[in-house]
Design a protein around this ligand. Structure first.
Ligand SMILES: [Zn+2]
Length: 127
């Protein structure tokens, strides 16, 4: 089975695929434009994720206008002897902010060969 629709949220083409992985049926929601995907155990879950690619495709997320984004401050450090560093990012919620922060750290690590770890994610307002 393969169905492709245009996500109302972003206008990008998103597909649901049915595959077999290690003998188990897996339903994959796939962003045709950016090549990112997320696996699900059921068809209904896969279809439910088809309409909101900003929730699982980082490229869709980065390109979508989203007035509900909030600012989060992120603290990172390397090992315990190195000072903590901070940066801010915007996301609709803390879970998403944490996911984005981890992606940022991966990028920094890939570019500079340094190892950073996430210490905390806090909403910038109200702290
Ligand atoms: Zn995408």
């Amino acid at each position: 089975m393969n169905t492709t629709t245009r996500a109302r949220e972003t206008g990008t083409l998103v597909s649901v695929y049915d595959t077999i992985n290690d003998g188990e049926e897996v339903w994959v929601t796939y962003c045709e434009e950016h090549g990112q995907s997320v696996d699900h155990q059921t068809k209904s879950l896969a279809i439910r994720h088809r309409s909101n690619p900003t929730g699982w495709c980082s490229e869709c997320y980065a390109s979508a206008p989203n007035p509900e984004r909030r600012e989060f401050s992120v603290s990172v450090g390397t090992l315990q002897f190195v000072p903590v560093a901070h940066f801010t990012l915007s996301a609709p919620n803390k879970t998403h902010a944490r996911k984005l922060a981890l992606q940022v750290l991966e990028r920094i690590k890939a570019d500079n060969g340094v190892s950073l770890r996430l210490l905390s994610v806090k909403e910038a307002d109200g702290e």
